[in-house]
Design a protein around this ligand. Structure first.
Ligand SMILES: Nc1ncnc2c1ncn2[C@@H]1O[C@H](COP(=O)(O)OP(=O)(O)OP(=O)(O)O)[C@@H](O)[C@H]1O
Ligand SMILES: [Mg+2]
Length: 329
C-alpha cells in the first residue's frame, strides 16, 4: 500500500486537499460501499482507482464496469456470470465481474443506469457478500468492496422512483463529492500548467507558457467538461499551434464566448439538460455561499435568503456536506 495513488489527484485548493484526506480515510476504512459523486470529467474514475490502491485491497483486483455502456439484458450475466446451460447459447460457464473482483474492488460507474432487478440483486450482494450465478441455486461467497460513481444526484432519482431508496442509503455510507473545476479557482492554472508541461514533453516540443490574457479567461470559463475538457483543449493546442505562448487566438469559440455572454448559463440550457443544469446551478450558488461563510449553514442561508431549514433540505437533496466547505476536514 503506497501513498502515491492519492498524489495523482492533483490540485492545490482546500477542496482538493479535503478530497485527498477523505480518499485516504475511506480507503483505509473497512466500509464495503463508497459513493463518488461528480460532474463529468471531475475525476471519479481517478478517485475510484486511488481508493483501491490505497486500501488494504490494493494488491487485489480492481474491476470496473460502466453500467451505462452495457445493454441491460447483458449486464446481469456480465456481473454475476452464468452456469453452463443457464440459457440458450450458454455453452460454457462464465465467471462474472463480481467473482473476478474477489478480495479487491468493484467499481460500478454510472450506477443509476442499473435496472430495478439488478439494483435489488446488488443490494443483496452488498448486504450478504453472497450471490448466485445466473442459472444456479448455489450461493457463492465473495469479499468485495463496492465503489460506485454517478454524475447525477441520486436522491432525485430516488424521489422519482427510478432508484431504490435502500440501495441509495447503503451507498451513502461514505460519499465523496468531487467539486467542479470552476469551483476550485486555485486549481485551474495549476492544473493547466501541469498538463501543458506534460503534453509538451510528450509531443517533444519546447515548454509553452500561458499568457495573462488566457489565464484570466481560464479562470472565468465554466469548464462544463471539467478536467477532461481542459486536458483535451490543451492537447489540441500543443498538437496544432506553433507559438511558444498560448494567446486567446488559440482558444476555441466556446471558451471565448464566456467573455461576452457570461457563459453557458442554465437558462440557456436545452430541455434535456434541464435537471443537470438546475442541479449544477444550485450547487454553484450554495457551494459559494458555504465557502464564503466557512461552512456555516446559518450564515450561508441568510446570504442566500433561505431559511436554515430550507437550506438543509437543499443540502440533503444535492448530497452536499456543509463541513466540506470549512476548509478543514
Ligand atoms: N484532480 C485531478 N488531477 C489530475 N488529473 C485529473 C484530476 N481530476 C481529473 N483528472 C483527469 O481528468 C480526466 C477525467 O477524469 P475521470 O475520467 O476520472 O473523470 P470522471 O469523473 O470519471 O468523468 P466521466 O463522468 O465523464 O466518466 C482523466 O484523464 C483524469 O486523469
Ligand atoms: Mg468516469
Amino acid at each position: 500500500m503506497t501513498d502515491s495513488a492519492v498524489h495523482h489527484i492533483l490540485g492545490q485548493s482546500e477542496a482538493i486537499e479535503g478530497i485527498r484526506r477523505l480518499v485516504r480515510k475511506a480507503a483505509a476504512s473497512p466500509a464495503r460501499t463508497i459513493l463518488i459523486y461528480g460532474e463529468t470529467g471531475t475525476g471519479k474514475g481517478l478517485t475510484a482507482r486511488a481508493i483501491h490502491e490505497l486500501s488494504p485491497r490494493g494488491a487485489g483486483p480492481f474491476v470496473d464496469i460502466n453500467c451505462a455502456a452495457i445493454p441491460a439484458e447483458l449486464l446481469e450475466s456480465e456481473l454475476f456470470g452464468f452456469e453452463r446451460g443457464a440459457f440458450t447459447g450458454a455453452n460454457q460457464k462464465k465467471v462474472g465481474l463480481v467473482e473476478a473482483a474477489d478480495r479487491g474492488t468493484l467499481f460500478l460507474d454510472e450506477i443509476r443506469e442499473l435496472s430495478p432487478v439488478l439494483q435489488a440483486k446488488l443490494l443483496t450482494l452488498m448486504d450478504t457478500q453472497r450471490f448466485r450465478r445466473v442459472g444456479s441455486v448455489t450461493p457463492i461467497g465473495v469479499d468485495v468492496r463496492f465503489v460506485a460513481a454517478t454524475n447525477r444526484i441520486l436522491l432525485n432519482e430516488v424521489n422519482e422512483g427510478r432508484f431504490r431508496e435502500d440501495l441509495y442509503y447503503r451507498l451513502q455510507v461514505i460519499s465523496i463529492n468531487l467539486p467542479p473545476l470552476r469551483e476550485r479557482g486555485e486549481d485551474i492554472l495549476f492544473l493547466a500548467r501541469h498538463f501543458l508541461a506534460e503534453l509538451c514533453q510528450r509531443y517533444g516540443r519546447a515548454p509553452m507558457a500561458i499568457s495573462d490574457d488566457v489565464a484570466g479567461i481560464f479562470r472565468a470559463y465554466r469548464w462544463p467538461g471539467n478536467v477532461r475538457e481542459m486536458q483535451n483543449l490543451l492537447e489540441r493546442i500543443v498538437a496544432l499551434e506553433e507559438a511558444d505562448v498560448i494567446g486567446r487566438g488559440h482558444l476555441p469559440a466556446r471558451v471565448l464566448r464566456t467573455l461576452t455572454d457570461g457563459g453557458p448559463h442554465p437558462a440557456r440550457a436545452s430541455a434535456a439538460d434541464f435537471h443537470a443544469a438546475t442541479e449544477s446551478f444550485q450547487r454553484d450558488l450554495i457551494g459559494r455561499a458555504l465557502s464564503a461563510h466557512a461552512g456555516n449553514v446559518h450564515s450561508a442561508a441568510l446570504a442566500l435568503g433561505l431559511t436554515r431549514h430550507a437550506l438543509r433540505h437543499q443540502l440533503k437533496k444535492l448530497g452536499l456536506d456543509p463541513s466540506s466547505f470549512t476548509g478543514k476536514s
